[in-house]
Design a protein. Sequence first.
Length: 126
Amino acid sequence: MGDPLSLSHIFNLWTRALAGEEITAPKTSDWERVFRNPNSSGKEPVSVKRVGPVGDLWVAPNNCKMTTHSFNVTVNNIKTNFPANGDVFEILSGIIWKCIAKAREESEPVTITIIRSDPNGLKPRA
């Protein structure tokens, strides 16, 4: 998975798709972007050093055991087993983040914060 913002975005798209909403790709700009060379003198900057290729060292090793686990979750399961006030999707997102933290074998988060807009338009106090 990517960064938390990308994961949150894909979860939101997933819920919209499951709700039957139409999902569209964002429009790209037709404006041509031209970037100037920041090194206008033509000389190599002193702070930059060219290095040779490092090969395929960026590839993650595939020497760990992986398993797949699937489970069915209903709204009633979530509300019964996780009696928190909030949207079912937010509760499910919290459960998934907690599982990811456990799978990474690091300390799990004590607090999970999901940011969303207030339906009443209230602003947080400073």
